[in-house]
Design a protein around this ligand. Structure first.
Ligand SMILES: Nc1ncnc2c1ncn2[C@@H]1O[C@H](COP(=O)(O)OP(=O)(O)OP(=O)(O)O)[C@@H](O)[C@H]1O
Length: 806
């Protein structure tokens, strides 16, 4: 197996590692350390905090697992049951379980007697979470590996009251916590893997809570391939005089042999990253041609949203694994579809398709991850995923990473590419860029020491073979002929990868890229085979409602995620070739969405079909849909408004957000009705119990007073209610007070409260009109909540690098 450029032998480390650990690394087959291990382990084991930055696949995991074990073994403190000595935090569940695997293996091989425990979220219910925590208390682990949210539950106690948001923020003031399941008071060492991601705002609340319960006297290590943020941010993790270990990769490929100049790069030396500028509706053909021309390989394909992963997963399963899904029309239809596809894609070997994103249930996530990891080298497989699988995952033998969409966070780019070319193996990565403004991404990344080369646009010959050259008569995208549409490359862009520092003459020559052409997507040289493929995808969508709907949702989510690109000046929504993007998702009609307003969409060829007639392949689902549709149509006959609604629903068939909203509203209405009914029943019961006729009369006229009496918050009113209900005698100072006096006092109090409320909100309402005010305030609050909800209701399934903790 190829290994990264290796340093000294493990035995050369000073201070030396204990024998058990040396034996363990030797059993793993690692004779020498990688540079990052050689730089980190001595500092970390000599009680320095460390901040480590090294390219992906360079062996950072062992660079912290080894010191964690060494520090614990060296420590004089004896850990009691329920005390933990080390905590390792990672941003995703998959990465946490991978680290746990390495740690567990090292413990087994070294013979060290420490109990590790994997602490990740993903439980479906509160009870199973409670069970997990109870089991963990029983186990009494010494080392915890986990994700921030669940580790917070374990070390700080589970939040009983107060709600935790996805980012871990407590929304109710204070929040009440349960008993911690483990104590970190005698913790020796803390590790934050993918520290830059963990220190992002998303995990801040959980991380702060964890750091607050850790002792100050501890070793802390921060590890990542992209530690670009300022030190002040790192200090938030409580580091003291950290040693910075930075492992640079030297790029000799572009070096001029006479000058011996070597440039630096942030990605492994064995990784080749290519970019391909092409209209978005050509991506599918390009990916398939790439697969066909490379032979059986393991691919990871990144999308920007969960919805896009779901859609392409279903589509590719239908196209590449025909047995996996039924085709309407039975075997003859399947045969016809196969024949049609064979014209456009001919691999000649089986290809398995997998998907992974953060909105999948944990079990499925684990199963997919396991299946793709277990796929042996030489077998073809594609993993479609979001950024949830971008960091840290050490999936064996990945040959190529394809970024269907560039990541919204540019930092993810290197992490995504780094799933291949690990530990000295060679690998390739390809990113698609849309024509328009995205070409500038090449220079943007070059400045960040991620050099890219121009990728090949692949064509398909008449015989189905894949070639680099366009069929006769077609002008190639890299054609150097002058073209009216081409724009001269701006001065500032030329050779900008060299503009980092130093004299231009001393630098490595820039990677020679062909001149980029600013073809509008619509005028790209025609590729009829690629168009045929998209036509086929549209036919599939027209025959399968599941694919049709998922395509629409995926497109909407893609457009919305596009607006979230951090490098907004490169990913300009206005320059996104929207028609080609919609075709790329196999859309039959363009959805009505605000983002398309004002865009010229007349060029989009609508598919001639009444979308109501597209069936689900699942018989039961289709039956339910047909019944629902019939009911809606019948209702539409009855009322004009319902007809209008049906029309609108039809226009919005691309999104089930509306349906979900309606269901949520119905559920809320039911909840409110139940609550009101219960309150009314309580009131009626109380009124029935009151035997003082004058009081009963009064309360019937003043429901708010009745409510106040029932709530028991006002002591004199509560007493009065009890007396009136005959449960207490009228005695003592309160009893002596007349009913009228107490009630008048309560009203006076209410008036005063209303007056103070009105003065604090500087409203002009009459303080006496407190009931109307209360109503208005309630309405105002409701409206506010509604606006807030509106702003956040539609969740098209954005990229989800972060761990869903709850
Ligand atoms: N000393 C070594 N010799 C040879 N191979 C090693 C050595 N240390 C680690 N490896 C191997 O290198 C691969 C990558 O290691 P690891 O997952 O720790 O990388 P990483 O730097 O954490 O990557 P990322 O930044 O993507 O998380 C693993 O398969 C691991 O087994």
């Amino acid at each position: 197996m190829a290994v990264p450029t290796l340093g000294s032998a493990w035995t050369a480390l000073r201070p030396p590692l204990r024998q058990g650990i040396l034996e363990a690394v030797a059993s793993l087959g690692f004779e020498r350390m990688t540079p990052v291990q050689e730089g980190t382990i001595p500092a970390f084991t000599q009680n320095s905090d460390v901040v480590v930055e090294a390219a992906t696949g360079s062996g950072k995991t062992l660079a912290f697992v080894v010191p964690v074990l060494e520090l614990l073994a060296r420590s004089q403190t004896q850990l009691a049951h329920g005390e933990v000595g080390a905590v390792i935090i990672s941003p995703t569940r998959e990465l946490a379980s991978q680290i746990f695997g390495v740690l567990d293996e090292m413990l087994r091989l070294s013979g060290l007697d420490y109990k590790p425990c994997l602490v990740v979220g993903g439980s479906q219910s509160a009870t199973s979470t409670a069970d997990e925590l109870a089991r963990m208390r029983e186990l009494g682990p010494d080392i915890l590996v986990g994700t921030p949210g669940r580790l917070e539950d374990v070390l700080c106690g589970r939040l009983k009251r107060g709600k935790k948001t996805k980012s871990g923020t407590i929304t109710a003031a204070g929040g009440v916590r349960g008993r911690p399941s483990a104590s970190a008071q005698r913790l020796e060492v803390l590790v934050l893997d993918e520290a830059d991601r963990l220190l992002d705002m998303g995990f801040e609340a959980s991380l702060s809570a964890i750091l607050a319960v850790l002792p100050k006297q501890r070793r802390t290590g921060l590890f990542s391939a992209t530690m670009t943020e300022g030190l002040s941010q790192l200090m938030r993790a409580g580091l003291r005089n950290p040693v910075r270990v930075q492992v640079q990769v030297q790029d000799r490929r572009g070096a001029d042999s006479s000058s011996g100049v070597i440039s630096e790069r942030r990605i492994p030396a064995t990784l080749t990253v290519a970019y391909l500028v092409c209209p978005p509706d050509r991506k599918l053909a390009q990916v398939l041609r790439h697969i066909q021309s490379s032979g059986p390989q393991k691919y990871i394909v990144y999308f920007s949203t969960c919805a896009a992963v779901d859609y392409f997963y279903r589509l590719l399963r239908r196209l590449l694994c025909p047995a996996a899904g039924a085709v309407p029309g039975g075997k003859p239809a399947l045969r016809a579809e196969r024949q049609r596809l064979a014209r456009l894609f001919r691999a000649g070997y089986p290809i398995s398709v997998h998907s992974l994103h953060g909105q999948m249930v944990q079990k499925k996530r684990q199963a997919t991850y396991g299946a793709f990891s277990a796929l042996p080298a030489g077998e073809a497989g594609i993993l479609l995923c979001t950024d949830v699988a971008s960091r840290g995952l050490d999936i064996p033998d990945v040959d190529c990473v394809i970024q269907w969409d560039p990541p919204t966070d540019p930092k993810s780019f290197a992490h995504r590419c780094g799933r291949t070319a690990r530990a000295g193996r060679s690998g390739s990565a390809l990113v698609f860029l849309n024509p328009g403004s995205e070409e500038a991404y090449v220079d943007f990344l070059a400045l960040r020491k991620i050099p890219m080369v121009a990728g090949r646009y692949l064509w398909q010959g008449e015989d189905g073979s894949i070639t680099d050259s366009a069929p006769p008569g077609v002008v190639g995208v890299d054609d150097d002929d002058d073209d009216e549409e081409s724009e001269p490359e701006p001065e500032s862009e030329r050779g900008s990868e060299d503009s980092d520092d130093g004299d231009a003459d001393d630098r490595a020559p820039a990677v020679k890229r062909p001149r980029r052409r600013a073809f509008p997507a619509a005028k790209y040289p025609p590729d009829t085979r690629s168009d045929e493929l998209i036509d086929m995808v549209r036919d599939v969508a027209a025959s399968d409602r599941d694919i049709y709907k998922r395509g629409n949702v995926a497109f909407v989510s893609f457009v919305q995620s596009y607006l979230k690109h951090e490098a907004m000046y490169i990913f300009r929504a206005k320059e996104l070739p929207i028609i080609e993007a919609a075709r790329g998702f196999g859309l039959l009609h363009l959805p009505s969405m605000p983002e398309l307003r004002g865009r010229p969409t007349a060029r989009f060829a609508r598919y001639a079909i009444d979308t109501d007639t597209i069936p689900y392949l699942d018989a039961r689902r289709e039956e339910q849909r047909v019944a629902r549709l019939a009911a809606a149509k019948a209702a539409a006959q009855e009322s004009k408004s319902a007809r209008k609604k049906l029309r609108k629903d039809k226009a919005e068939a691309w999104s089930n957000a509306r349906e979900e909203r309606a269901q949520a509203q119905a559920r809320k209405r039911e909840r409110i009705q139940r609550r009101d009914a219960a309150a009314k029943a309580r009131e009626d019961e109380m009124l029935a119990r009151i035997n003082d006729p004058s009081l009963r009369e009064l309360l019937a006229k003043d429901p708010l007073l009745a409510k106040q009496m029932l709530s028991g918050r006002d002591k004199s009113l509560r007493d009065m209610a009890q007396i009136a209900a005959g449960r207490r005698e009228r005695s003592g100072p309160r009893g002596a007070q007349s009913l009228e006096a107490i009630i008048e006092a309560a009203r006076e109090k209410r008036r005063a409260q209303a007056a103070s409320r009105s003065s604090s909100s500087s409203s002009e309402e009459e303080p006496d009109d407190w009931e109307a005010m209360a109503r208005k305030e309630k309405i105002r609050a409701r409206l506010e909540a509604k606006t807030k909800r509106r702003r956040f209701t539609f969740n098209p399934g954005f990229s989800d690098e972060e761990e869903e903790q709850q």
